[in-house]
Design a protein around this ligand. Sequence first.
Ligand SMILES: Cc1cc2nc3c(=O)[nH]c(=O)nc-3n(C[C@H](O)[C@H](O)[C@H](O)COP(=O)(O)O)c2cc1C
Length: 207
Amino acid sequence: MSTILVVNSSPNPDGSISRALTEQFTDAWLAASPETNIAHRDVGLNPIPHVDQDMIGAYYTPPEQRSDEQNEVLELSDTIVDEAEAADIIVIGSPMHNFGVSSGLKAWIDHLARVGRTFNYTENGPVGALGGRKVFVMTARGGRYQGDSPAAHMDMQEPFLRTVLGFLGLDDVTFVHAEGVAGGTEGRDAAEAEINTIIESQIAQAA
Ligand SMILES: Cc1cc2nc3c(=O)[nH]c(=O)nc-3n(C[C@H](O)[C@H](O)[C@H](O)COP(=O)(O)O)c2cc1C
């Protein structure tokens, strides 16, 4: 049975567009492939702590030298890494906040990026350890940044996510952007249609 991990990061419980898009994705996936296991991590409604000094100390202490307190400090990060490792597909709901990701999603990434677990330093530099999984990112943005938009250079969300996910070995990433949501439903409608096309092609590939 394959597992999809859904990471939602909008602080909005109601009316969130990125949440609606991740839900549309998993509903359509389940309709086509009902035996799929869906796991959830919600860092928008259940925020996780920012990285602090104790976490950094524990991250960079070799496992065999960690104190009991340091192992305790790492429990949440370990769980977040376990959840990603257990997934075949990761679906991320990402509202654009101040041109980047929401603080909840940034905190999730800071718990996920772990030397010795999700990336390793080698003779050839750092190598990500989460390869082989597909990632689908559903963004929602008030403005427009795609194509020849004059605001294209202000999009720190997709480049950041592509870079950090790629660093962890997650280089098969598909973005679906609901753009211009502050000005109408056109961008959201296009994102919804794109999700249906993605699901059809993913299910056809898996068949
Ligand atoms: C704190 C905050 C910051 C935002 N910053 C931006 C921004 O920089 N650029 C933009 O296009 N829209 C911005 N927006 C609009 C959101 O991207 C838009 O409302 C989107 O639908 C949020 O996703 P959600 O509906 O899933 O919560 C911001 C909204 C909030 C609440």
